[in-house]
Design a protein around this ligand. Structure first.
Ligand SMILES: O=c1ccn([C@@H]2O[C@@H]3COP(=O)(O)O[C@H]3[C@H]2O)c(=O)[nH]1
Ligand SMILES: [Zn+2]
Ligand SMILES: [Zn+2]
Length: 245
């Protein structure tokens, strides 16, 4: 099964050169949006892709660069396209996404009272595989990001790791490669400094060569070009480009 991946953006939370780190995953005619940050509506607009062409959105965690575009997406779907988009989300995030993020902007008495009034909500249990289509299987893997904040990386089609924002977890990466057949990793990356809530380039560079060859960097800062040529076997993902896996 060959999937295609196209990043709407590859930027870190406050990057200005790149859009937010959100992705489109294509399985033939099906399109899954992975995260929908503040810049996602603008990025989609520039790609000439209306919200209506997206089949579902999946959320990794609640930070504005991952969910800040959901209000525009949901309002546009409701008032322009008269339908709800499917929302794949860890069950632990359902209430907080509504109560702490969307309700303030979206609440309308008798019209929009809960998340399910604007999304077709599909709560996911972590560590369980779900077939989204015949050719797209996803599993949420809880990964550490901010203390007390639930955050979920994604294991796709039993061989692709797509990291949420996360601190370095070499044990998980080794486990996926050694026991679960992982051969591609899209990994968020903080290019310099101490990775308090993210994984640093230095940490990823400490992995064995065979794993570095699998890694594509995303969620990077504006000065990415300074690091091109200094990442050994590790590749930078580029926003807008279509990759097949
Ligand atoms: O303890 C903290 C919490 C947050 N932050 C910043 O806020 C950003 C929120 O989105 P993000 O998770 O993509 O990146 C985060 C960081 O840039 C931080 O530096 N330290
Ligand atoms: Zn982020
Ligand atoms: Zn985050």
């Amino acid at each position: 099964m060959t999937l295609k991946l196209q990043m709407l953006g590859t930027g870190s939370a406050f990057a200005k050169t790149y859009f937010n780190n959100n992705a489109l995953i294509y399985d033939e005619q099906y399109t899954l949006l992975v995260d929908c940050g503040v810049t996602a509506p603008q990025a989609l607009h520039q790609m000439n892709k209306p919200f209506n062409e997206i089949d579902a959105v999946l959320i990794t965690h609640i930070h504005a660069d991952h969910v800040g575009g959901l209000e525009e997406l949901a309002f546009t779907m409701k008032f322009r396209f008269q339908r709800k988009m499917k929302l794949y989300i860890a069950e632990a995030l359902v209430d907080t996404l509504w109560e702490n993020t969307l309700k303030g902007g979206m609440y309308q008495k008798d019209e929009i009272m809960q998340l399910s009034d604007v999304f077709d909500v599909c709560p996911l249990k972590p560590a369980m595989a779900y077939d989204i289509t015949n050719g797209l299987r996803i599993e949420l893997l809880p990964t550490q990001h901010i203390p007390g904040k639930d955050s979920y990386s994604i294991y796709i089609n039993e061989h692709i790791f797509y990291s949420a924002d996360m601190t370095f977890n070499p044990l998980l990466l080794h486990h996926l490669v050694n026991t679960r057949g992982c051969d591609v990793m899209f990994h968020e990356c903080q290019l310099e400094g101490i990775g308090e809530v993210h994984t640093t380039l230095k940490e990823l560079m400490s992995l064995p060569q065979s794993m570095r060859e699998m890694i594509y960097l995303m969620h990077y800062a504006d000065n990415k070009d300074e690091f091109v040529g200094h990442t050994a076997e590790i590749t930078f993902l580029e926003q807008g480009k279509i990759y097949s896996f």
